[in-house]
Design a protein. Structure first.
Length: 412
């Protein structure tokens, strides 16, 4: 997940082969891995079908990984996440995705950095084939062998490239783009060769980076990337870092932690800390134009999910009244409903259903509908606080709380 200002923010790689640990008969139809923070299609949703959404789910396994809000990623029969020991060490963990058996772990020195929150890890690893990439809040960047955890190469965003660390550290997740590794560092991004970590291009340091994952999209046959910084969002050419446009979207505390949603000529941005949402139109030249702006949807940590023209996401800042799961009409910004019982939890989706973890640790599943959230499944799985997105991968749902307790439920 991602997290900021004492308030978490959680908040990518191509889809990989299906995990081989299950037989065909045991796997749901359309099972798939979840190799990065935003899922196989980088939109917070899975295309998996055939998993159950009612009854009681058995707990497949549990684990404790340490403080933080790193999401879980699943690829090649393995599950990865980060945690902090509460003193002076970060650890990247690798588990057997089916049994929870520890396969390897990679630890390195890192302060707790408990600025206005309990501290710990906030970024999420990214799996790309036979390697896993991970960036720490202080800027340590690792490329590890996904099977063994051995270090293939490592860099430091501050020491090696002079990137200024944002107030709450580097976070989000690395984003793979062809032979490049894109990172939200600097004013409008940084690109390294994913083979050895050498520099390809980097942006200015006039403004500190934001906390979102670099978001890729295509316009007129050309690839483009969106990076957040403390003042807004910048659109660049990911091959060379050339800036195409900048959209000012400044929050209280300078926190932009969510990825925009791009559909055709429209871009949707929603952040917390008193700012809210905006729907933009960009035809491919010049600067984007606002269609509407509103404070009726404020995604502090995780971006909303777009399903059939409706936006579903956690609204409001953590600890504030009025937070909860909300539904808006994307075209107009009209609010359809707000479910405050979810509080400051997190949500993903698959097969037309929302998969929600409440802040108090109850997993809920129900149809994504503008008529309201009516769960067909509820099961308490963890103790508070849960701000990290639940992940559906190959028929299992992976949940995590801020203490670093992991519960994996079998929904096959």
């Amino acid at each position: 997940m991602r997290m900021l200002s004492g308030l978490p923010f959680v908040n990518p790689a191509p889809s990989l082969a299906l995990a081989f640990a299950w037989t065909f008969s045991a796997s749901p139809a359309g099972a798939e891995d979840w190799p990065n923070l935003r899922g196989p299609n980088h939109n917070g949703m899975s295309t998996e079908t055939g998993w159950k959404s009612s009854g009681e789910f058995p707990v497949a396994w549990k684990a404790e990984v340490g403080l933080g809000h790193s999401a879980i990623v699943v690829a090649g029969g393995k599950a990865y996440t980060l945690g902090h020991n509460g003193k002076d060490t970060d650890t990247l963990w690798c588990f057997n995705a089916e049994t929870g058996a520890e396969i390897w772990k990679h630890s390195y020195p890192h302060p707790l950095d408990d600025l206005y929150f309990p501290g710990g890890t906030t970024g999420t690893p990214t799996v790309d084939g036979d390697v896993v990439y991970s960036v720490a809040r202080r800027g340590q960047l690792f490329c590890l062998d996904a099977k063994t955890g051995s270090v293939k190469w490592q860099k430091h965003l501050t020491d090696d490239f002079g990137c200024k660390m944002p107030d709450w550290g580097f976070t989000g997740a690395p984003r793979v783009y062809g032979d490049l590794l894109l990172l939200n560092a600097g004013e409008s991004g940084l690109a390294l060769k994913k083979s050895d970590g050498s520099l390809v291009w980097q942006s200015d340091e006039k403004t500190a980076a934001g906390y979102s994952v670099p978001q890729l999209f295509e316009r007129e046959g050309k690839d483009l990337a969106l990076f957040s910084n403390k003042d807004g969002y910048t659109c660049v050419d990911p091959t060379n870092g050339e800036v195409k446009w900048f959209y000012k979207h400044k929050t209280r505390y300078g926190v932009n932690a969510t990825e925009p949603i791009v559909i055709g000529d429209q871009l949707f941005i929603a952040t917390g800390y008193g700012k809210g949402a905006a729907l933009l139109n960009w035809g491919g030249t010049g600067d984007p134009e606002e269609i509407w702006r509103s404070r009726d949807l404020a995604n502090q940590m995780n971006p909303s999910l777009l399903i059939d023209g409706f936006l579903y996401g956690i609204h409001g800042d953590e600890g504030k009244d009025g937070s909860g799961l909300k539904c808006l009409v994307m075209a107009s910004g009209e609010t359809k409903w707000l479910d405050e019982s979810v509080a400051h939890g997190a949500a993903t989706a698959a097969d037309g259903k929302l998969i929600v973890i409440t802040e108090s640790g109850e997993l809920q599943i129900g149809a994504a509908s503008p008529d309201g959230f009516k769960p067909t499944f509820k099961q308490s799985v963890l103790s508070p606080k849960c701000w990290t997105i639940p992940v559906l991968a190959n028929g299992r749902i992976y949940c995590r709380n801020s203490k670093g307790e992991i519960a994996v439920l079998d929904a096959r």
